[in-house]
Design a protein around this ligand. Structure first.
Ligand code: SF4
Ligand code: SF4
Length: 311
């Protein structure tokens, strides 16, 4: 598995990383046996990069990767915006992965310079932890072109985890070219880039090779995270990243959907949680527009009635 250095961070990562959202409690809630099997398959295929988040409830995946490779590159992120919430999130990440440092810690799902400024207390805390040796680099994740552009004003942002794929699926505040230019400009400044949603949250699975070839063709995308939940998926994606033959690998992937159950009380918490504006109230019913949905599961975590399911 080819490795790249993430911008000026000095951190060397495999071009394919294991995204843990899929196996975490928000989505599949995979068993410990499955997590162990999938992480071992990643380790054996040379994947040294794993991504999680406070929200995903998936730190078990990160911990298993670290058990297999103590130098594994671990990234996580949090919505924390002030000092107490940032400290809590950061300490929880260290405790849960059972290591005294984390490689990359990000502000989760930032939208613009305003939201970055609104999280300054959290950012300052992460930078303080970096100085103290508890984190190697700091940055943000985003679905927005505007946010990637805004990082020109914040030299503290060393890593960006942006949404990008060959069709531009899920980019709503600009075109694919706008996103490419913004990411390339950040990369040219030495910012490390690892992409998310290269399969559009499952919507681009019909041509996985095209999706992988696209990110591999962009030198400024140093690595890409893919959520994987079976050994076959690891084999399949590794083969795609290495230009190998996938014809004999049976990695059948179900196209998932989000469902809202009958007991919904129409509180609209899910509408606010959806970064894609994919949920709306229509004729007294919550409706999801599939063409916009990235299957990120954020709506499910916002629903206190537990009526959003993904399968
Ligand atoms: S958060 Fe849950 S209960 Fe509230 S509107 Fe959405 S689906 Fe319904
Ligand atoms: S509807 Fe739910 S799963 Fe789909 S993009 Fe919105 S928050 Fe994510």
């Amino acid at each position: 598995m080819e490795k790249r250095i993430l911008g000026n961070t000095g951190i060397e990562v495999s071009r394919l990383g294991l995204g843990s959202l899929t196996m975490g409690a928000l989505q599949k809630a995979s068993s410990t046996e499955t997590i162990k099997a999938v992480t071992r398959a990643c380790f054996e295929k040379g994947i040294n990069f794993v991504d999680g988040a406070e929200l995903y409830n998936s730190y078990e995946v990160l911990k298993e990767m670290v058990k297999l490779n103590k130098d594994c590159v671990v990234a996580s992120k949090s919505y924390a915006y002030d000092l107490p919430t940032a400290k809590k999130a950061f300490e929880e990440a260290l405790r849960s992965i059972d290591r005294d440092y984390i490689d990359i810690f990000l502000m989760h799902e930032q939208e613009s310079d305003l939201t970055i400024k609104g999280h300054h207390e959290a950012l300052e805390y992460y930078l303080k932890m970096q100085k103290a040796g508890y984190v190697r680099s700091v940055g943000l994740s985003t679905h927005k072109v505007e946010c990637v552009k805004a990082t020109t004003k914040f030299s503290e942002i060393q890593v960006i985890h942006p949404l990008i794929n060959h069709t531009g699926f899920g980019i709503f505040d600009g075109t694919l070219i706008d996103m490419e230019n913004a990411i390339k400009s950040a990369s040219d400044r030495g910012v490390g880039i690892y992409s998310m949603k290269i399969f559009g949250g499952g919507n681009l699975l019909h041509d996985r090779k095209k999706a992988v070839d696209y990110v591999l063709s962009k030198d400024y995308i140093h690595a890409s995270m893919i959520g994987m939940q079976s050994i076959e998926e690891v084999d399949y994606n590794v083969a795609l990243f290495e230009g190998g033959d996938v014809s004999n690998i049976n990695a059948k992937l179900e196209n998932k959907k989000v469902y809202i159950k009958d007991w919904c009380v129409r509180c609209s918490a899910c509408v606010k949680a959806c970064p894609q504006n994919a949920i709306e109230l229509v004729n007294d019913k919550m409706v999801i527009t599939e063409e916009k949905c990235l299957l990120c599961g954020y709506c499910g975590s916002a629903c206190t009635e537990l009526c959003i399911k993904m399968y």
